[in-house]
Design a protein around this ligand. Structure first.
Ligand SMILES: Cc1cc2nc3c(=O)[nH]c(=O)nc-3n(C[C@H](O)[C@H](O)[C@H](O)COP(=O)(O)OP(=O)(O)OC[C@H]3O[C@@H](n4cnc5c(N)ncnc54)[C@H](O)[C@@H]3O)c2cc1C
Length: 300
């Protein structure tokens, strides 16, 4: 969205293709407290709506389609890119990839069976369903802890299962979780199995240091936040990816392929947040603008 705002405001004819079957991660976030200029916090959905309204004012065109591939094309001597969606092909001199990342699965027995029947990757979407119930949150990073705190608005008890003996989340979140009487911790523990009848009833965990020690936590919900996988399959083999599948982009958001720029959660970087995604988007749009103007012989 930020790339869309910058590119269309720079009078580039810009199409933003947003997934038809996937959503922005931020739209599932209840409250964002760390986006500058929003001291009272803002819901992820509301923030994206504001981004969109602003982008549309500058003439951004938006299509709701899933991109399935990107390939080189050319018009005479001019090279460009063909972007293929499920419905049609688009041609462009420059492409900005900002496809984000999705939550990784635990890969334990019962996880797939109980998706939608107790297993969830989105507390904001499913939290209210677990009113006065007991739930387990798996993970120890910012998202896990933030979502655990959010879940305490509804549930009776949250047990955070984390494989280490301390959280990876930022100190402010850690303090809030530890001070919350509805949150308990199962340290040095991994989930072994999620089980139940028609819906989840219990979560079996095991001590990572003493594998003989295990126990079952009665729970009706299991929320899994154990890390991200970038959505970069469409550019595999076209731009350089790192070992984790993240796009390698330089400070100007240029990838290894001329004319393809990238930003946000799908690139290799330290901090995956809205504010950094916005910064990347602005830089990527400026770089794409410069690139297109050079191709047209209009740069100065
Ligand atoms: C539970 C949770 C809490 C969070 N809390 C915070 C917070 O408090 N503060 C904060 O700053 N950040 C937070 N984040 C992180 C934040 O959501 C991300 O860093 C941010 O959304 C990244 O933006 P992005 O544009 O890179 O990716 P996304 O926002 O995920 O957007 C990716 C877009 O690409 C589209 N897409 C993907 N594949 C395709 C395709 N094949 N074709 C077409 N379109 C496609 C998707 O539809 C989507 O619109 C949180 C994330 C989660 C999950």
């Amino acid at each position: 969205m930020t790339a869309g705002i910058y590119a269309s405001r720079a009078s580039l004819r810009t199409l933003l293709i947003e997934g038809a079957s996937s959503i922005s991660q931020i739209t599932v976030t209840d409250i964002i407290e760390n986006y500058p200029g929003m001291p009272e916090g803002i819901s992820g959905f509301e923030l994206v709506e504001r981004f969109k309204k602003q982008a549309l004012q500058f003439g951004l065109e938006i299509a709701s389609e899933d991109v399935i591939g990107i390939a080189k094309t050319h018009w005479g001597n001019t090279e460009g890119w063909k972007v293929t969606s499920a419905h049609r092909d688009y041609e462009a001199l420059a492409v900005i990839v900002a496809t984000g990342a999705y939550w990784r699965k635990l890969g334990v027995r019962g996880e797939d069976v109980f998706v939608g029947k107790g297993v969830s990757y989105c507390a904001t979407c499913d939290g209210p369903i677990y009113k006065n119930r007991d739930v387990v949150v798996v993970g120890g990073g910012d998202a896990a802890v933030q979502e655990a705190v959010f879940l305490t608005k509804f549930v009776k008890k949250v047990t955070i299962v984390h494989r280490r003996n301390r959280l990876r989340a930022t100190k402010a979140l850690e303090k809030r979780a530890i001070a919350n009487s509805k949150i308990e911790f199962a340290w040095n523990s991994v989930v072994e199995e999620i089980s139940g009848g028609n819906v989840v009833e219990k979560v079996k965990i095991r001590d990572v240091k003493s594998p003989d020690i295990g126990r079952e936590i009665p729970a009706q919900g299991v929320f899994i936040f154990i890390g991200l996988t970038p959505k970069t399959d469409m550019v595999r083999g076209i731009v350089d990816l790192d070992d984790g599948g993240y796009i390698v982009a330089d400070r100007e958001m240029q990838t290894s392929a001329k004319g393809i720029f990238a930003g946000g959660d799908c690139i290799r970087k330290r901090l995956r947040q809205v504010v950094t995604a916005c910064g990347d988007g602005a830089t990527a749009a400026a770089s794409a603008q410069h690139y297109v103007e050079e191709l047209k012989g209009e740069s100065y």
